[in-house]
Design a protein around this ligand. Structure first.
Ligand code: CMP
Length: 215
């Protein structure tokens, strides 16, 4: 990376825990992750919700410099990171000079919008059971990997809770119910969904219950 001319010109290293910017700050740069992880989060009242955790090859902080609005979320280094820190003029020159960069960016923005739609859907569900089951089926679909016992989703309970803006304790209560119903198992790397179709059916059942009440 030391002989990467882009890194030489724009690169900086940041330790874990470093706050790059906070929601509401004025935005001066956009960032491209070369290595490490960055967490994008929003604080609503006293609950901090993780919108996404980004890794190598991904970018963030482009919105403020595209629309001249304050930062829409906060960015914190989650694992020691090497970042390209790009000023607005360089950013514009890069996009204008390279259609491939523009196309990749549009694709990423479309994927982000789709993810945000799923988060809205989750927030519209009123009870904790439905919201935990919804995020589990969503993650199984997006990042699940088949294993002997079903579909494994590598996610820590605290990250699951942070994604849907619910405290860890009530999330654990729901997970325990799902374990007792033999719908999921917890292992060292996260959650194993034994039968995704059944979990989806369970979500439909919860949605019906919310619509019609206990009849
Ligand atoms: P900006 O508004 O400049 O600062 C916060 C950044 O977080 C924003 O640019 C995007 O790059 C990123 N961001 C905001 N909302 C989301 C989201 N829902 N998913 C992924 N990234 C986001």
């Amino acid at each position: 990376m030391a002989d990467d001319p882009l890194y030489e010109r724009f690169g900086s290293e940041f330790p874990a825990g470093h706050e790059l910017f906070r929601e509401g700050d004025s935005g001066k740069e956009m960032y491209v992750i070369q290595s490490g992880k960055v967490r994008i989060s929003k604080q609503v009242r006293d609950v901090e919700t993780t919108l996404v955790t980004l890794g190598p090859g991904e970018f963030f902080g482009e919105m403020s410099i595209l629309n001249n609005e304050p930062r829409s979320a906060s960015a914190t280094v989650d694992a020691p990171a090497k970042l390209l820190v790009i000023d607005p003029r360089t950013f514009e020159a890069m996009v204008r000079g390279n259609a491939e960069i523009a196309v990749r960016m549009i694709k990423k923005l479309a994927a982000r919008l789709q993810e945000a739609d799923s988060q809205i859907e989750n927030l519209l569900l009123r009870d904790h059971n439905s919201r935990v089951v919804h995020i589990l089926t969503h993650l199984a679909n997006k990042q699940g990997r088949p294993c002997d016992e079903g579909i494994a989703v590598d996610v820590a309970v605290k990250d699951l809770a942070s994604k849907i803006g619910i405290e860890v304790e009530p999330v654990n209560e729901v997970l325990n119910k799902l374990i007792r119903a033999k719908l999921i198992k917890i292992n060292e790397t996260g959650v194993v969904i034994q039968d995704v179709a059944k979990l989806r059916e369970f979500l439909e059942f919860l949605e019906m219950k919310e619509k019609f009440g206990d009849i």
